[in-house]
Design a protein. Structure first.
Length: 355
């Protein structure tokens, strides 16, 4: 095979041209790759900016939420604290007024002592509690009179006797200070026992007064347990220990001794009434029989001195004196809650409308 110099030049020129085309292709490929990389970087930067904005928005939302919760908590604490201060002020004013009312000095005063309910230890009218009340009443140097507002069906003769003795003792120590009892619905049994210690007794014409007697009641169920076939087992030391047992027949000795106790208690009651009423009492067959009388009937036989209400007595005998109520001591908060509840209920009912 032969070749010439011109062919060699042509071949060399073709080779050069091919190398140039390859170089251009490589450059164009590199340019396209660089463009792709640039587009990818721009897209990544755009996505990154979006994420940052989203996080910033979330952070702002959470921060605003926390601030709002803190603000709400501060207001809640503020209102609670303010409500507590208002409540304490109201209680303080209430206690101050109660203390002022119970320690009135510098003005003539009349003490009003309510006695409402059953007489008994730990009951509505407790003897020891009312003895303390009387002591508080007579500590007032400006005391001009004591008015007992009585409304009791009776109860324990022991507790009634304790209060009776305390009133009589005060009357002896302070003869210039009158003790007056005003009966509302009733002063029966132990209620009248206490009332008879006063200097004067007034009642409404329909009030129930008297019942000067002693009662003890129960049941004899011994026949019942025999009928149903029940045997009772009771162990005692002392032959009369179970004489009031309702499942055991009461023997003659038990009846006599128990009746003697009731008779003696009744006589103590009679003696107290006679000592308290004196010549004003007209003794009849019914006076000490345990019978109850209306106010009008009681006035005729001297169990009371007249017909009048508490309002009448205060206006007629103590018109210019300060009226102070002395009653059983209660927890100040309970008393305030009860008073506030009653006032709130009254206000609510007054504003209510019927359809």
């Amino acid at each position: 095979m032969s070749w010439t110099e011109e062919e060699d030049k042509k071949n060399q020129q073709n080779l050069t041209n091919q190398q140039g085309e390859l170089f251009e292709e490589d450059n164009s490929g590199q340019n396209r790759n660089s463009d792709k990389e640039s587009d990818s970087s721009k897209s990544s930067e755009t996505k990154l900016d979006d994420n940052q904005q989203l996080w910033r928005l979330l952070e702002k939302t959470l921060s605003d939420n926390v601030i709002e919760k803190r603000r709400a908590r501060r207001w809640k604490i503020f209102f609670r604290f303010t409500s507590l201060i208002i409540l304490l002020c109201i209680v303080g004013l209430w206690l101050g007024r109660s203390a002022l009312d119970s320690n009135v000095t510098g003005q003539n005063t009349v003490a009003i002592i309510p006695m409402d309910g059953v007489i008994g230890s730990g009951g509505d009218i407790d003897g020891n509690e009312y003895v303390d009340i009387l002591d508080d009443v007579y500590r007032n140097p400006d005391l001009k009179g004591v008015v007992i507002n009585m409304n009791s069906p009776g109860g324990s003769p022991v507790q009634a006797g304790i209060i009776y003795d305390a009133i009589r003792q005060k009357e002896k120590l302070y003869p210039s200070i009158p003790v007056i009892v005003v009966v509302e619905d009733m002063a029966a049994s132990g209620g009248y026992y206490i009332a008879s210690a006063a200097n004067k007794i007034y009642a409404n014409r329909a009030s129930l007064v008297g019942s000067i007697g002693v009662i003890s009641s129960g049941f004899d169920l011994s026949g019942l347990i025999k009928k149903i076939g029940v045997e009772r087992r009771t162990f005692t030391s002392g032959r009369n220990k179970d004489f009031l047992d309702p499942f055991v027949p009461m023997n003659k000795e038990g009846k006599e001794k128990w009746q003697a106790i009731l008779d003696e208690t009744h006589q103590q009651f009679i003696d107290a009434v006679k000592a308290g009423r004196g010549d004003r009492l007209k003794i009849t067959n019914d006076v000490f029989s345990g019978m109850v009388f209306t106010g009008q009937q009681a006035q005729k036989i001297g169990l009371i001195d007249g017909l009048a209400s508490l309002h009448d007595v205060l206006n007629s005998q103590f018109p210019n004196d300060k009226q102070v109520i002395y009653g059983p001591k209660q927890d100040p908060l309970d008393e305030f809650a009860k008073k506030f509840g009653v006032e709130f209920a009254t206000k609510l009912l007054s504003n209510a409308k019927l359809n």
